[in-house]
Design a protein around this ligand. Structure first.
Ligand SMILES: O=P(O)(O)OC[C@H]1O[C@H](O)[C@H](O)[C@@H](O)[C@@H]1O
Length: 299
């Protein structure tokens, strides 16, 4: 992708510019008075979002993240699609699908009536993607940067058969001190405990993190709040199109074994993922579309 051409076609003077970032990837820099954001065109991924009123980024982005073709960038909002987690058909295809590690296309940029900046990136099937997943599709991500951050993932089925879909906004929230963080809104909700062989359990009280946590919460209907006393902020997560939420923190050992995380990074992030996962499977009909949306605000 030619950066000058991207700026000519899609730049918004004073608000949005393209520049070559790490790994040579095209990056979108937004600074519109309401917030600053960094979006990678590779992986269709928000890497950074900070409202003008805040002193700390909403996102955690690993210092050791890979910026290389075929690898996922650790941090921000990776997109898991068209499956969440391991290959649902056991064919050894990559975990979390195949769009978080490929270059997307820039489809549109705009300033909205209320001064927000909107970016739409997209992917279509190719011979190569049909070799991995035999479907004809259009995938778009619409990212709206304002005092809040809105991300919408739109799946269109251009084929003549319905297909099942699981997916996630695999968001890495920056937190001040993992030991003091709690997630509110999941009280009395059933979850599958992936750290305990997938056993179904009931959440009692707020979610606190004191060891490895890898859970799929089911039938989630509430807005969620991450309460982070160390950063003196509450992150509100409002979603639509999702009935499940994944909460993930690798804790000490897994974190130390991940080459793209620093050993102590588990103390500085929590993934609270807006998903269609486990039994929350979406069927996308032929000529149909499905929208998964999330809005993040900081209080
Ligand atoms: O390292 P990744 O492939 O990005 O996956 C990181 C994590 O993603 C999700 O949260 C899963 O529930 C975890 O089981 C997985 O370890």
């Amino acid at each position: 992708m030619n950066i000058d051409q991207l700026n000519t076609d899609y730049g918004i003077p004073g608000n949005l510019t393209f520049a070559t970032g790490k790994g040579g990837f095209p990056m979108i820099h937004i600074d519109n008075g309401k917030a600053k954001a960094l979006i990678s065109v590779y992986s269709g991924q928000v890497l950074s979002f900070q409202p003008a009123t805040e002193t700390t980024d909403l996102m955690f982005l690993s210092e050791k993240a890979y910026y290389a073709e075929g690898k996922a960038i650790k941090g921000g909002i990776p997109i898991c699609w068209p499956w969440f987690g391991p290959d649902p058909e056991g064919l050894n295809r990559p975990s979390h699908g195949f769009v978080r590690n490929r270059l997307w296309n820039v489809l549109e940029t705009a300033t909205t009536a209320d001064g927000a900046t909107k970016v739409i990136l997209g992917l279509k099937d190719t011979e190569e993607t049909r070799g991995i997943w035999p479907q004809t599709f259009e995938l778009a991500i619409a990212i709206t940067v304002s005092t809040t951050l809105t991300v919408e993932l739109i799946t269109r089925n251009l084929g003549n058969k319905s297909f099942p879909l699981t997916q996630a906004f695999h968001t890495y929230f920056q937190v001040g001190d993992i030991n003091r963080v709690e997630v509110l809104g999941l009280e009395n909700t059933q979850y599958l405990d992936k750290v305990d062989g997938g056993v179904e359990k009931t959440q009692l009280g707020a979610v606190a993190i004191a060891n490895e946590v890898d859970r799929i919460y089911l039938n989630v209907t509430n807005e969620l709040v991450i309460n982070d006393p160390a950063l003196n902020r509450r992150i509100r997560i409002k979603s639509s199109g999702s009935k499940s939420t994944v909460v993930w923190n690798p804790w000490v050992t897994i974190c130390a074994n991940m080459a793209d995380l620093d050993d102590t990074d588990y103390q500085r992030f929590l993934c609270v993922e807006t998903t269609n996962a486990a039994t929350d499977i979406v069927e996308v009909p032929p000529d149909g579309e499905f929208r998964l949306e999330v809005i993040y605000s900081i209080e």
